[in-house]
Design a protein around this ligand. Structure first.
Ligand code: A4P
Ligand code: MG
Length: 174
């Protein structure tokens, strides 16, 4: 559909997170699904990080990563791809805020655009205060400035720490 595409190429940042059913493998498989999608071109992907949950503590640790992709898709079309990949990984929405999930794919940034619709808020509302988003972002885009929020290095310095430090995951972990 014509409205699903923009003429210009845009760099979008996607946050990947999982804490159920082999989360390291989930995050790696989601990256692979996005990397090989015909409408996306991967520019960079961070290391994987393990962290304590933000929100209810009675859930497993999370694995998080951030990837940058180039695309001509409109933001809502990109969101639908993320939701399809989530569904392919058995994502069931319990409705619990900050509850456990097999896979969560968030559209963190879409170029420098600010989007406020019923189904999409960009920059992602959690981006500026989450170490597990900012730290992997810093890996792949150290100079990045978040529209309306500022440079990520400053945001990372100021952001609240979780109950335990973020730990990079070894490459050969599964
Ligand atoms: N939506 C609006 N804007 C966006 C966007 N920029 N990207 C809408 C993606 N979706 C967006 O999504 C609910 C609705 O948000 C969608 O229908 C879409 O139209 P969802 O994925 O069901 O909910 P959510 O984003 O997971 O929200 P929730 O449950 O508040 O979770 P959060 O805020 O994402 O947090 N701890 C650690 N250490 N690491 C984590 O990754 N993640 C969470 C989940 C909690 N604790 C965590 C982590
Ligand atoms: Mg989400």
């Amino acid at each position: 559909m014509a409205q699903q595409r923009r003429r210009q190429r845009i760099v979008a940042f996607i946050g990947l997170g999982a804490n159920l059913s082999n989360p390291i493998a989930r995050v790696k498989a989601a990256r692979e699904a996005l990397r090989t999608h015909p409408d996306l071109r991967e520019i960079a992907c961070s290391r994987l990080y393990r962290s304590a949950p933000l929100g209810p503590a009675d859930q497993p640790d999370y694995i998080n990563a951030v990837m940058a992709v180039e695309t001509t898709l409109a933001p809502d079309a990109l969101l639908h791809i993320l939701q399809t990949v989530e569904a392919d990984h058995g994502r069931a929405r319990s409705g619990e805020r900050w509850g456990p999930r097999t896979l969560d794919l968030d559209l963190l940034l879409y170029g420098r655009e600010t989007i406020e619709t019923d189904e999409l808020q960009v920059p992602h509302p959690g981006i500026a205060g989450r170490e597990f988003v900012l730290r992997p972002l810093l890996d792949i885009a150290p100079q990045l400035d978040i529209p309306g929020r500022g440079p990520i290095a400053d945001l990372l310095r100021a952001c609240p720490r979780l109950s335990s430090p973020l730990i990079p995951v070894d490459d050969d972990s599964t």
